[in-house]
Ligand binder design. Structure first.
Ligand code: GLN
Length: 548
């Protein structure tokens, strides 16, 4: 099988939606019956984003195989709906770590190790792993940052070399740029795009397509001008004005003929005509006027919404399915501890506590959980959010005032959340995180089982601590159901309160598996309870079954 490669670079500025563009193009190709995978090349030196601050880097997206990756992989999976592999995210840190390890082992037989060819060869090897691991016939490769950055040079050079190695007819280069708007003259400018393409050319890459982003409509003459000055076909200049509905991007690209152009240029053989009706439905539903519900998202990285990207998207997907407009009130749990922000929590129709690490802001989250439990407000806890729910229940319903997780208080009298005994020996070695997909068995008749309509599910994890089995009996006697457990019953995966409209926590992260075309059942169940609490008659609009 000949693998076709599409390389996506960015120019002018970052944050113009390169990841979404890439994901949407992936969807257009999948819609044609092609097997697609997407890889992100991140030029930073960290080995993976797992240890990076969410403030700087946004969410860490976790894959089935447990890889901790860039949040763009979340976009890829949500749009293309293919579960990606750890080879789909490469950082400079990983590349260098490998090359240096080989050098130390003497694999280079005393040779001088250089960026070219050693680093570029390792980058190309990792690009080549994607079709091998995923079986994809079309591989999209996005390079983080903007062309001209010092740190991305080895990646760009590797993409350049791929052209002759994979064959000119099997490679396609897309450059995504930004057209600034000058308010004095009310016009969009193409000059930075021209400069950016020149920069890319200087590095040996001539783009086959330019996706020109702007915050307003892009006149046809401008697109022609870009084609002329940047030496690409007029049909290959794709104007992409900002849309209020991100899931419209595949539709906009298709309308402009981007899918057909790529297919033709690469000589791809589509197996079917693209059917984007499901995406049109999503966009129509997104724009339809719907009753508003308010969800207080109580976390500590709330200033940067990207830190909770998948949670926000999951609420959005489920909102479309339930037929409500979800307004998120971003509540800082550290502030709750000081008595600030409670108006938002009290006014909310639902409370969601997402994942997190470390002590800071924990008490604020526990107080928010207490409010939700006592006031009958729907509560959804994700990972840390489940642990918070357990601590709150132990303290205020079971009367263990000092209950805590040993993560926050190693000497707690009632360690309701703790390391598993076999983890403790490993703790010093640092290899203690439970990462990736694990099966979970649901208790028949529980809220969880009714939401999923399944007996066993698989969900993604990223945590170290677990519900302490010694405490299970105390909880069960008081109306708590452990409605999801590992098949060997050693690990609590879901806990829920029987006497509450909806108070449910998951040790896993359901947000990593929600797709616009397949909203996550637990998010749907949560929003149904939220809509009920808000008193809005949410007319459920069932989405068509996924055509995968
Ligand atoms: N800090 C908790 C743990 O390590 C929860 C992690 C999370 O929410 N992802 O178990």
């Amino acid at each position: 099988m000949t693998v076709k490669y599409i390389f996506i670079t960015g120019g002018v500025v970052s944050s113009v939606g390169k990841g979404v563009t890439c994901a949407a193009i992936g969807r257009l190709l999948k819609e044609r019956g092609l097997k697609v995978a997407i890889q992100k090349l991140d030029p930073y030196i960290n080995v993976d984003p797992g240890t990076m601050s969410p403030y700087q880097h946004g969410e860490v997206f976790v894959l089935d195989d447990g890889a901790e990756t860039d949040l763009d992989l979340g976009h890829y999976e949500r749009f293309v709906d293919e579960n990606l592999s750890r080879v789909c995210n490469v950082t400079t840190g990983q590349v260098y770590a490998d090359v240096i390890a080989k050098e130390r082992r003497g694999d280079y037989l005393g040779g001088t190790i250089q960026v070219i060819p050693h680093i570029t060869n390792e980058i190309k090897r990792r690009i080549g792993l994607v079709p091998k691991e995923t079986g994809a016939e079309v591989v999209l490769v996005e390079v983080g940052g903007t062309v001209g950055d010092i740190e991305s040079l080895p990646f760009i050079e590797s993409l350049r070399q791929m052209r002759s190695e994979a064959g000119r007819e099997n490679t396609f280069y897309i450059h995504t740029t930004w057209l600034p708007h000058i308010s004095a003259t009310d016009e969009l400018k193409t000059k930075p795009t021209q400069h950016s393409v020149r920069e890319l050319r200087a590095l040996g890459i001539s783009p086959n397509m330019i996706v020109a982003r702007a915050d307003r409509e892009i006149p046809a003459e401008l697109a022609n001008k870009i084609a002329q000055f940047c030496d690409v076909d007029p049909q290959a200049v794709v104007p992409m004005p900002t849309t209020d509905v991100m899931y419209e991007v595949p539709l906009l690209l298709e309308q402009q003929g981007a899918g057909d152009y790529i297919v033709k240029s690469l000589g791809l053989k589509p197996r079917r005509k693209p059917d984007l009706s499901q995406w049109r439905e999503i966009v129509t539903q997104a724009r339809a006027s719907k009753p508003v519900v308010r969800v207080a998202l109580v976390g500590k990285y709330v200033e940067l919404h990207d830190a909770y990207m998948s949670v926000r998207e999951s609420l959005y997907h489920a909102g479309l399915a339930v037929g409500v407009q979800v307004e998120i009130d971003w509540v800082n749990s550290v502030e709750l501890e000081k008595g600030n922000g409670w108006e938002e929590v009290r006014a909310a129709d639902g409370v969601l506590v997402p994942g997190g690490f470390g002590n800071r802001g924990i008490e604020g989250k526990i107080q928010a959980a207490q409010h939700a439990r006592e006031q009958g407000v729907p509560y959804f806890g994700l990972c840390l959010g489940m642990q918070v729910m357990a601590i709150e229940f132990a303290r205020n319903a079971l009367g263990h005032a000092g209950a805590n997780s040993t993560e926050f208080d190693p000497k707690t009298a009632y360690p309701v959340i703790d390391l598993m005994p076999d983890q403790r020996d490993l703790a010093d070695k640092g290899a203690t995180m439970r990462l990736g997909v694990y099966p979970c068995q649901l208790q028949p008749g529980s809220l969880a089982a009714r939401a999923y309509v399944a007996e066993t599910v698989s969900e993604r994890h990223r945590h170290r601590f677990e519900f302490n089995n010694a405490a299970r009996g105390d909880f069960e006697g008081r109306g708590v159901r452990f409605s999801g457990v590992s098949p060997d019953n050693r690990l609590v995966e879901i806990m829920e309160l029987a006497e509450h409209p909806f108070m449910l926590g998951t040790q896993f992260h359901p947000e990593f598996l929600s797709r616009p075309t397949r909203p996550h059942p637990l998010f749907i169940a949560f929003l149904q309870a939220v809509a009920d609490k808000a008193g809005v008659l949410a007319e459920s609009i069932p989405m068509k079954a996924e055509i995968n």
